[in-house]
Design a binder for this molecule. Sequence first.
Ligand SMILES: C[S@@+](CC[C@H](N)C(=O)[O-])C[C@H]1O[C@@H](n2cnc3c(N)ncnc32)[C@H](O)[C@@H]1O
Length: 232
Amino acid sequence: MRPGNTKAIEEMFNSISSEYDFLNDIFSFGLHRFWKRKLLDILNPTLGEKWIDLCCGTGDMSILLARYIKSSENITGIDSASKALLIARERSKQNYSSIKWINGDALETNLTSNQFDGLLMAYGLRNLSSSYEGLREAFRILKPGGRAGILDFRSFEELSIQGIFQKIYLNLYVVPIASLFGLGKEYSYIKKSLLNFPSGEKQIHLALSAGFKKAKYQTLAMGQMGILLLEA
Ligand SMILES: C[S@@+](CC[C@H](N)C(=O)[O-])C[C@H]1O[C@@H](n2cnc3c(N)ncnc32)[C@H](O)[C@@H]1O
């Protein structure tokens, strides 16, 4: 599958939605929870603020946010994969039933401008057909001064030890294990999605061109992951 083909990406995420959370734990050794929590610690969301989780998938980040601020009011999760959203709804219905789940496109949310205090996106930007358009839409729906945190794999444009480690990790760990579940093709997509994914420096540049006032990038997981931190 070609990165950037929105319909094919939607179908792929629908097809892996039931194994997604389980495999996420295996592939990250459970650490994705720690990285998501770290993102919240940096952004410091508070009760009463209005937040959106773009590309929310099965709802991990939104639910973590609700747990963090001890309320599920004023939280919206949006994703194009309806099956992932079904899981998100099911996971949140008991304790976090006020989270609003929207089946929609992060590139064109159709949401009113300047309404959110904060925005999260975990492992979503890389999947959009245009990182720039995704950042523009994020900027549009945030209030002036609103903050955003975007967590994703780090993209290595030049040959580096960390880049080689990433290739080995994807080729020899992720894809073979996913293949055991009949999802080798789907998970080999991660490598393809990283090919055109901008580096941290480029993400900063794109975010500033998209309108954000401040942008910085920090790495975690021994340089394998990156967090783009923005202020609208
Ligand atoms: C790797 S998953 C991440 C899910 C979740 N944020 C997490 O961290 O577990 C990427 C998600 O992005 C969604 N996605 C991809 N392109 C999208 C788009 N244009 N609009 C909305 N969601 C999109 C997929 O459906 C998928 O659920």
